[in-house]
Design a protein around this ligand. Structure first.
Ligand code: 6SG
Length: 208
């Protein structure tokens, strides 16, 4: 029996990857949606360890920081590499994904009009690293022979970038195959087609 609760705004944002992961792992969870007006009152913010959402609850354990939540779920659900060595490699690759995500979010929230084109132009410099990882690993996953939280995180970042720039994966056949493979996993396919997923904007400011 699990009792997962995600408290977050009505966006995909920092919860996109964890929702895809929970779906693919056959988990159920409760969503507590916080409106921007409610958040601006400040009462909830004061209770959050870093003054930010998402907040994640797992049977009394309260976590903040989306990547810590992904790691927690990775360990708990067996999506964290098959050995300690693989777990370390999963963390390494996930940090690489975080670099793209941080850059993307900065562009979206701070410089969409002025920075979008430069961001898209710089994508190959990031994507080529992940293309090389996939080519080297051969299993279709980033590390070892099994899916990890880093795969969900990369997948979600790539989905967002395909919205930003539909052709951005054209020079990266392994990344393209990776997105197709992840999209075709039955539970992910069902989740991506669900209203719960489709109704949420990618980002909180309407830019994508
Ligand atoms: C925003 O940045 O929507 N959390 C966000 N914003 C509110 O007061 N390192 C952690 C992590 O990985 C980052 C958390 C993340 O978990 S996410 C947060 O809590 C704050 O800081 C994306 C999102 N942003 C848009 C924005 C609109 C509504 C809330 C946040 C309007 C602007 C600020 C408050 C209301 Fe707003």
């Amino acid at each position: 029996m699990t009792g997962f609760t995600i408290t977050y705004f009505a966006v995909r944002g920092r919860c996109g990857a964890m929702r895809i992961m929970l779906s693919d792992q056959g988990q159920e969870w409760k969503e507590v949606v916080v409106t921007f007006d409610e958040w601006m009152k400040g009462d909830l913010k004061k209770t959050c360890v870093f003054g930010q959402l998402p907040k994640f609850e797992d049977n009394g354990l309260i976590l903040y920081q989306s990547n810590a939540i992904l790691r927690h779920l990775g360990r708990k659900l067996g999506a964290n590499g098959e050995t300690e060595r693989e777990a370390s490699l999963v963390d390494m690759v996930a940090e690489g994904v975080e670099e793209i995500r941080t850059k993307y979010l900065k562009m979206i929230y701070q410089e969409y009009e002025t920075g979008k084109d430069a961001h898209i132009k710089d994508l190959p410099n990031h994507f080529c690293k992940f293309e090389a990882i996939l080519v080297k690993n051969q299993s279709g996953f980033l590390v070892g022979n099994s899916i990890s939280y880093a795969d969900y995180s990369l997948f979600e970042v790539l989905l967002n970038h395909q919205v930003l720039s539909p052709t951005c994966l054209d020079s990266f056949p392994s990344l393209k195959k990776f997105v197709e493979m992840m999209s075709a996993r039955p539970k992910i396919k069902t989740f991506l087609q669900s209203d719960a997923y489709k109704k949420l904007p990618i980002n909180g400011n309407g830019k994508q």
